[in-house]
Design a protein around this ligand. Structure first.
Ligand code: IVH
Length: 666
C-alpha cells in the first residue's frame, strides 16, 4: 500500500516539475507523450485510491464538471487600485513627491502593467487554498476551482522557505493567440465575440464549469507578495523568491535609480510590448523597499508608493463614409460606422462600433468628416473623436427613429442606453434571430445554420421555433441548398432535440434575460412549464437570483398569445416541458422553509452545488454573502477567516456538513 502512496506522491512531484518547466519556464524537459503517460498513470492510481485524493494534485488541472456557484470572500488586505498617469510629466511629479516625502534615497521598480483581470491567491503551508477575484476591492468571488486549471499557477510551491501563509497577487490573462482562437471558435458557433482579451479573461474566470475554463488556457503573471514573514525587505527580491517557488513573474522588471532610467524603460516598452504574447496597457512603478512603502502609506483608493503609467492607445485618422444600423435578436439597434479603410495596429479597419444613440450623439458626426479611431485592445475599434479642423460640411448624422428593417418607430426604455424595435413578431432579424438561437448548440442543438434558417424563413416555412418541427423533407429538398443527406440530418437532429432537458428548452425559448444559468434556476424552482407560466412576478422573484426585471420578462413572455401557441405546439411535438426524473431524483421537503443559507469552503460528501440544490429542494434559500438575513452558514474546509468572523459578529449559526445533512434528515 505504502508503495502505491509513494508512487502517487512521486508522480505528483514529477508532473508538477514538468508543468513548471513547460508553462512557467517555457522549457519542457520531457516529451508530451511521456508527460501524458505519467498523467494517465497518476489518474488511474487516484481513481483506485480515492483515500489519497488531493485537490492540488496535477490531475485536478483538467477541471471537474461539477459547477460551483461563487461564494464571496473578504480580502485580508483590501485590493486597491493604482493612480493613473498619462505623461512623463506626471511620472516625474510622482517621483518628486516620493522623494520629498521620504527625504532619503530610494529605488523604484518598473514593471509592465498586464491587461487582464486581477487575482489574489492564498497559499497555506505551500499549498493553494483559495483564489479570489478583486470584486469591489473589499470582497471578491471565490474562483478557486477555476484557477486550479491555470497551468502556470503553482498548486504546490517549490522549495520550502515560503511563509506559513502567503498571499500572491497578479493578473490572469488570455494570451493573444488563445484569444483569437477562442473568438474564431465562437464565431463558428454563432456565439457573441469577446471584445478584448481582458473581457475574455474575466468572463472565463467567472464560468460555472471549470472544465470549460481548463480548455481556455488562461495564463497568469504574479506581481505582488503580501503576508507576514516575507523572505525579503523589498519588492524586487520578494518577487525573485516567488519565481523560485514556481510562480510566473515578469522578465521585464527593472530596478531604477533615476527618473531618466524610468523614462528609458517607458520608451522601450511603448513599442516593444507589441511583441509580447499577452496584452499590456502601461507600466507600473513601485517604490522597492517595504519600509518605505509603509512610510508612504495609501489613500482610501490606492497606495502612495505605486503608480501606473498608461500607454497611449493606438489611434488613426480616417473619413466617415456612412452609418448602418444593425437589429439583433432582442430588437436592440446598434449603430455601426463605415469608414474609409485605414491601417491601425497591423490591421485594416473598415467599420467601427458607435454603441448607442448617446455615444453617437456626443460625437456630433457629419457624413464625410474626419474621425479618430482607436483600438486599445478591442477587436472592434471605436470612434473616439472628430477632427473639427477639417470640413464638417456633410449632413449631420442623427440616430434613426424607425427600424431600418421593418420601419416600426423605435422605443427606448427609460434608464437604458439602447433603442429597441418593438415589432417582435414582424421584424425579420428578430424573428430569424430567435430561431437561430433556438437551434444553436447550447440550446436545442439542431443541425442547421443561420443561412438555412434564413432560407426557411424566406420560403415562408418558419415563423417561430415550433414551425421547425413541421418542415418536411420535401419542403427542404425544394430549398436548393438541401440534399437528401442534409435533410435527413436535420430531421434526425429534430428527433434528438426532443430529449433535450427542460432547463435547456427554457433557455432555447429566448426569453429576454433568461440565460443558461437563470433557465436552470427557473427549471428547478418551477418544475414544469405550466407551473412556470402560471407564476406571478412575486412568486418568480422568490427564486434564487431572479430579480424583478427577469421576473417581469418571464410573465410578459407567457402573457403573449403567440408564445402560448408556440409553447403548446412544441409540447405537442414531444419536447421536454418538465423536469424529468433524471434531472431531479433528490428528496424534497419543506424542512428548510423560510431559512437562508450561505455556503462556504469545500466539502467531503457533496459538492457545493449539490448542497445548494438540496437547500432549494428542501424549501430553503441560498444567498451569496453573509448578512443580517442569513440563518445558517454551511461551513466546509478552508473557509475564509473573514467570513467566519462576520458570521460570528452577526450571530449566524454555523453548521458543518454532517449537521446539515441531519437537519434535512439524510
Ligand atoms: S500592483 C497595490 N502591478 O492594474 C498595488 N498591478 O489599477 C497593486 N496590474 O488592479 C497592484 N499589472 O489588476 C500591479 N505589474 C502590476 C500590474 C498591476 C497589471 C493591474 C492590477 C490592478 C490594476 C491597478
Amino acid at each position: 500500500m505504502n508503495d502505491i502512496k509513494n508512487r502517487i506522491e512521486r508522480l505528483r512531484e514529477a508532473l508538477d516539475e514538468h508543468n513548471h518547466a513547460y508553462y512557467v519556464l517555457s522549457a519542457p524537459i520531457i516529451s508530451d507523450h511521456t508527460y501524458d503517460e505519467m498523467m494517465r498513470e497518476l489518474q488511474q492510481l487516484e481513481v483506485a485510491h480515492p483515500e489519497w485524493a488531493d485537490p492540488n494534485s496535477p490531475t485536478q488541472r483538467v477541471g471537474s464538471d461539477l459547477t460551483e456557484g461563487f461564494t464571496q470572500v473578504e480580502h485580508q488586505y483590501p485590493m486597491l487600485s493604482l493612480g493613473n498617469t498619462y505623461s512623463e510629466e506626471e511620472v516625474r511629479e510622482f517621483y518628486d513627491r516620493v522623494a520629498r516625502t521620504l527625504g532619503e534615497p530610494f529605488e523604484v521598480v518598473a514593471e509592465l502593467k498586464y491587461d487582464g483581470t486581477s487575482i489574489s491567491l492564498i497559499y497555506e503551508r505551500g499549498r493553494l487554498v483559495t483564489a479570489v477575484t478583486r470584486g469591489d476591492g473589499v470582497r471578491g468571488d471565490d474562483v478557486t476551482a477555476n484557477v486550479r486549471t491555470i497551468r502556470s499557477i503553482p498548486l504546490r510551491l517549490r522549495g520550502e522557505d515560503w511563509p506559513e501563509r502567503l498571499e500572491m497577487r497578479g493578473e490572469v490573462l488570455l494570451p493573444w493567440a488563445e484569444f483569437e482562437r477562442l473568438n474564431r471558435e465562437r464565431e463558428a458557433q454563432e456565439e457573441p465575440l469577446f471584445a478584448n482579451p481582458r473581457n475574455a479573461a474575466s468572463g472565463t474566470l467567472k464560468l460555472q464549469n471549470p472544465r470549460i475554463v481548463a480548455l481556455r488556457r488562461l495564463d497568469a503573471y504574479l506581481y505582488y507578495m503580501l503576508g507576514d514573514g516575507l523572505p525579503a525587505d523589498n519588492h524586487y527580491d520578494n518577487l525573485q523568491a516567488a519565481r523560485r517557488w514556481g510562480f510566473k513573474t515578469s522578465d521585464a522588471m527593472r530596478v531604477c535609480h533615476t527618473p531618466e532610467e524610468i523614462m528609458a524603460y517607458i520608451a522601450y516598452w511603448d513599442t516593444e510590448r507589441h511583441r509580447l504574447p499577452v496584452a499590456t496597457d502601461g507600466i507600473v512603478l513601485k517604490v522597492n523597499a517595504l519600509r518605505q512603502q509603509r512610510a508612504l502609506g495609501a489613500t482610501a483608493k490606492s497606495p502612495r508608493w505605486a503608480i501606473a503609467y498608461k500607454f497611449q492607445a493606438e489611434r488613426a485618422e480616417t473619413r466617415l463614409v456612412s452609418v448602418d444600423y444593425q437589429v439583433g435578436r432582442t430588437g436592440v439597434v446598434t449603430p455601426v460606422a463605415n469608414l474609409e479603410p485605414v491601417l491601425l495596429a497591423g490591421t485594416t479597419v473598415r467599420r467601427a462600433s458607435l454603441h448607442n444613440a448617446d455615444i453617437m450623439g456626443r460625437l456630433d458626426l457629419h457624413l464625410g468628416c474626419r474621425v479618430y479611431v482607436e483600438k486599445g485592445g478591442e477587436i472592434i475599434p471605436k470612434i473616439v473623436g472628430v477632427d473639427r479642423s477639417e470640413s464638417m460640411d456633410g449632413a449631420p448624422v442623427a440616430f434613426i427613429s424607425q427600424c431600418p428593417e421593418c420601419g416600426t418607430p423605435l422605443v427606448r426604455v427609460e434608464g437604458e442606453a439602447a433603442h429597441y424595435c418593438p415589432n417582435e413578431w414582424g421584424c425579420p432579424p428578430q424573428v430569424k434571430g430567435r430561431i437561430v438561437h433556438f437551434v444553436s448548440r447550447r440550446a436545442m442543438n439542431i443541425n442547421i445554420g443561420p443561412e438555412t434558417v434564413e432560407a426557411l424563413y424566406d420560403a415562408g416555412l418558419v415563423r417561430d421555433a415550433s414551425d421547425l418541427y413541421d418542415v418536411t423533407p420535401a419542403d427542404l429538398m425544394r430549398l436548393e441548398r438541401f440534399a437528401e443527406k442534409s435533410a435527413k440530418n436535420y430531421r434526425d437532429s429534430l428527433e434528438i432535440s426532443k430529449q433535450v432537458p427542460y432547463a435547456r428548452v427554457l433557455f432555447a425559448l429566448g426569453i429576454r434575460g433568461v440565460g443558461e444559468n437563470i433557465a436552470a434556476k427557473l427549471a428547478y424552482a418551477h418544475p414544469s412549464i405550466d407551473a412556470l407560466a402560471e407564476a406571478t412576478v412575486e412568486v418568480l422573484m422568490q427564486t434564487d437570483e431572479i430579480g424583478e426585471k427577469i421576473a417581469r420578462s418571464v410573465v410578459d413572455f407567457f402573457a403573449e398569445a403567440r408564445n402560448q401557441t408556440m409553447v403548446s405546439r412544441l409540447k405537442a411535438h414531444g419536447l421536454q416541458m418538465a423536469l424529468a426524473e433524471s434531472d431531479d431524483d433528490g428528496a424534497r421537503s419543506d424542512e428548510l422553509k423560510g431559512l437562508t443559507f450561505v455556503i462556504s469552503g469545500t466539502f467531503a460528501h457533496h459538492s457545493r452545488d449539490e448542497y445548494k440544490t438540496m437547500i432549494e429542494r428542501h424549501g430553503g434559500r441560498n444567498a451569496s454573502a453573509i448578512s443580517g438575513k442569513t440563518d445558517y452558514l454551511l461551513a466546509g474546509e478552508n473557509m475564509g477567516p473573514a467570513k467566519l468572523a462576520k458570521a460570528e459578529k452577526l450571530g449566524v449559526k454555523l453548521l458543518n456538513e454532517d449537521e446539515f445533512l441531519k437537519l434535512i434528515g439524510v
